[in-house]
Design a protein around this ligand. Structure first.
Ligand SMILES: Cc1cc2nc3c(=O)[nH]c(=O)nc-3n(C[C@H](O)[C@H](O)[C@H](O)COP(=O)(O)O)c2cc1C
Length: 208
């Protein structure tokens, strides 16, 4: 199925750089996806080099890169502490589009993490305190008890950001755009640069 008329398709393989194209496709996704258009599969590697993958939400993005938030003690947090590199993929099924991102990862500043944490619903803030993400949980009751404890503890005033909760920024050195075409003759274009601090991107069209 061809993409509907109103989509910003054009010849995306001729785009000069990837960030603007990302914004166009992300805007289309937000307009058309029924939920979580900002969901992306995030891949990291463990100490044995075994890849790991899970969904996270893209919560901020700018010319520096793509930011998600999580618990530093989670599996992904521990993996990123050891190997600060990641890959992410967005797949917008109804648009038949995919974007892949790869690069080194940095922790966001405390100010950025504080600002995003402050914008979250209070119950999510409490949840960040109550969840020892990816650690064994004895029972649902244990989690609810932890939520009750932190709800009481932070009954008054603002909930501060836990030290174990922050954001990570993927600083892309590679961004690939893929769009479905009939008979699996898909369009692909990949942008690469030497390092996240290098300004210029090279652009290469790829066989499907
Ligand atoms: C659509 C979707 C979005 C998610 N977003 C996040 C997120 O932004 N941050 C997060 O820590 N976990 C998120 N999760 C949960 C993760 O997929 C995962 O279960 C959790 O982070 C633990 O992963 P880990 O043990 O590999 O660290 C999301 C799950 C789904 C299905």
């Amino acid at each position: 199925m061809e993409a509907p008329e109103q989509l910003t398709s054009g010849d995306f393989t001729a785009a000069a750089e990837p960030f603007r194209l990302f914004e166009e496709w992300f805007a289309d996704a937000r307009a058309s996806e029924p939920n979580d258009p900002n969901a992306m599969a995030l891949s990291t590697v463990d100490a044995d080099g075994l890849p790991d993958v899970r969904m996270v939400l893209l919560n901020a993005r700018d010319a520096r890169g793509f930011v998600f938030f999580t618990n530093t003690g989670s599996a992904k947090g521990r993996e990123l502490a050891a190997v600060p590199k990641a890959a992410a993929v967005f797949h917008w099924k109804s648009l038949r589009r995919q974007i892949r991102v790869r690069g080194p990862v940095e922790t966001v500043s405390d100010a950025e993490a504080d600002a995003y944490f402050a914008s979250r619903p209070r119950l999510s803030q409490i949840g960040a305190w109550a969840s020892q993400q990816s650690q064994p949980l004895e029972s649902r009751f244990a989690l609810e008890t932890a939520v009750a404890k932190f709800t009481a503890h932070y009954a008054l005033g603002e909930v501060p950001r836990p030290a174990h909760w922050t954001g990570y920024r993927i600083r892309p050195v590679q961004i690939e755009f893929w769009h479905d075409r009939p008979f699996r003759l898909h369009d692909r274009v990949v942008f690469r640069r030497e390092s996240p601090d290098a300004g210029a991107w090279s652009r290469t069209r790829l066989y499907p």
